[in-house]
Design a protein around this ligand. Structure first.
Ligand SMILES: Cc1cc2nc3c(=O)[nH]c(=O)nc-3n(C[C@H](O)[C@H](O)[C@H](O)COP(=O)(O)OP(=O)(O)OC[C@H]3O[C@@H](n4cnc5c(N)ncnc54)[C@H](O)[C@@H]3O)c2cc1C
Length: 502
């Protein structure tokens, strides 16, 4: 029997949950506090420039393909993907290196840095591929309600190959010694999660995603994925209510009966998928007695970094930058300590510069450059008046040193974004950018649960629950939550049918 379902939030998780439920025949309304869909992947336009506000790395293309295939569609029905080559440029202290898309060329570069390391890279990558395959086929689509889901014999056997209990840091040091190679392999876990010492070696699957599956770009920008997902959702009958913050719920015993929107309107529903930041929903939307956790629990979670971001319009082309540029010209370890241990503003942070106008003429006027700068910083930080200027000038100085030219005088528009905005715009706990860190004690069934413990018709989705942070995991999270909710609703129907026939 079709139910009427409220989805809170229109990020990747909310869109995936809504579309999956609508495809199952339910009637779905998405409530989004902002004026557009996409959540952290929103977009804004200024002076002819189009800025993606959040994600910029399109990794794991198989997950997107799989998503659209579930609805009888293909990625190419919606947007054009381009594989980037080089995948990205890394500025080390002694200059830039382009990381080739071609794995054989990557091996040649590894050997040039550490003779003989290409053999190790092959072994490392084979193990990473196994992790990716097992992870994608057996783990990420598990709802992770409890450890028993992972106790089937073949999964338990596979778990050994996942190196769950080995740290990423010691694992890669088994293969490589050169600091450049180590930095290159550690950056995906450092940017998206936690210190490599605290991250399970399982996450070397990200290196497989990077080096083998490739770095892609949807022409028109990352927001094209959101547009595609909204279009598909609407085709399935999903309705969207923008500027509609869910501020509470109404319940009867263990059943949610309605969502309360913008502190006033009541919208009746049979079930809810909450795909806004989990902490916000748990602590600020659910009434006392219906929360999954308390504030103490949340305070003990290790959050992924927040980010200090700059969106820049630049009035000329800038040589020396590729589409993706990582600045690893300072001490990796110190920055990691400042993000994860001492939780302070970093002294000499690593940073990332994205220039999508190198690939895509539609994101900047001709002859100009669209630049996005990201500095990973600890969550929960306070700013002084000149914090942003300080880091802007630091990054501009370092860019000038590396590029041999000043970008600053050519900046015609600048917008910055950090904790304050993450909190205001997304209700982000401690101003986090990418949810919970991928530490061992926050993996799979140890993450905040997908299912409400107190309400039978209430599920969570998004980057703070399983399977984790990043666009592909959020997309998967929404689908898993939708399937779990649908199972619950079907059981409820069976019970009602049984009751009426006896
Ligand atoms: C700067 C940055 C760079 C990133 N780079 C990458 C990258 O390159 N590649 C990658 O894969 N991932 C990247 N990520 C991570 C990725 O963007 C996220 O993991 C993913 O977008 C999270 O999706 P979500 O649906 O879980 O949450 P969100 O995108 O945050 O969606 C939640 C939605 O809920 C809405 N909401 C909140 N409260 C309410 C309420 N009370 N009522 C109604 N709606 C509400 C919010 O407005 C938002 O639209 C990046 C993130 C950031 C911030």
């Amino acid at each position: 029997m079709p139910s009427s379902i409220a989805v809170i939030g229109s990020g990747f998780a909310g869109l995936a949950a809504a579309t999956t439920l609508a495809d199952m025949g339910h009637s779905v309304i998405v409530y989004e506090k902002n004026d557009q869909a996409g959540g952290r992947a929103r977009v804004f336009e200024q002076d002819g420039f189009k800025f993606d506000m959040g994600p910029s790395w399109y990794w794991m293309p198989d997950v997107f393909e799989d998503y659209f295939r579930r609805f009888g569609k293909k990625v190419t029905d919606y947007y054009e993907l381009k594989r980037l080559d080089p995948s990205y440029r890394v500025y080390f202290e002694d200059g830039p290196v382009d990381i080739p898309a071609d794995f054989e060329a990557l091996k040649v570069w590894f050997d040039s840095i550490e003779p003989g390391s290409s053999k190790h890279l092959e072994t490392f990558m084979k193990e990473a591929e196994v992790k990716y395959d097992i992870g994608m086929s057996k783990f990420v689509f598990k709802p992770s309600h409890n450890v028993f889901e992972f106790a089937e014999l073949n999964i338990a056997k596979d778990a050994l190959k996942l190196h769950l209990f080995k740290s990423f840091s010691s694992y890669i040091r088994k293969y490589f010694r050169n600091p450049k190679l180590l930095q290159l392999l550690e950056f995906p876990v450092l940017f998206l999660g936690a210190k490599p010492e605290k991250t399970p070696a399982l996450y070397s699957l990200m290196n497989y995603a990077d080096s083998k599956l490739g770095t892609w770009y949807p022409m028109g920008g990352m927001h094209e994925i959101v547009k595609a997902m909204v279009l598909l959702a609407e085709e399935k009958g999903v309705k969207f209510r923008y500027n509609s913050a869910v501020t509470g719920i109404e319940k009867n015993g263990r059943q949610v009966k309605a969502v309360l929107v913008n502190n006033g309107e009541r919208h009746a529903c049979d079930a809810v998928v909450a795909a806004a930041d989990y902490h916000h929903v748990d602590q600020h939307i659910l009434p006392s007695g219906s929360k999954n956790y308390d504030e103490k629990y949340w305070d003990k979670r290790t959050m992924s970094p927040s980010s200090l971001l700059f969106y820049l319009a630049v009035d000329q082309k800038i040589d020396g930058l590729k589409h993706h540029n990582l600045f690893f010209d300072t001490d990796f370890g110190q920055h990691a300590t400042e993000i994860y241990d001492t939780k302070e503003w970093p002294e000499q942070p690593l940073f990332y510069v994205c220039v999508p106008s190198k690939t895509d003429p539609s994101v900047a006027p001709e002859g100009k450059e669209n630049i996005f700068i990201l500095i990973p910083v600890a969550p929960g930080m306070q700013e002084t008046n000149d914090t942003r200027n300080h880091y802007y000038n630091m990054v501009m100085d370092r860019l000038a040193t590396h590029l041999g030219t000043e970008v600053r005088p050519h900046v015609t528009y600048k917008r910055s974004y950090a904790h304050k905005e993450f909190i205001n715009d997304y209700n982000a706990f401690k101003g986090n950018a990418y949810g919970l860190a991928n530490t061992l004690d926050q993996t799979a069934f140890l993450k905040p649960k997908l299912k409400s413990k107190k309400l039978d018709n209430f599920y969570f989705a998004g980057q703070l629950t399983t399977p984790g942070p990043g666009v592909p995991p959020s997309l998967i999270s929404g689908q898993v939550a939708a399937h779990e909710l649908n199972k619950t609703l079907s059981k409820k129907v069976e019970v009602v049918v049984e009751e009426t026939t006896t």
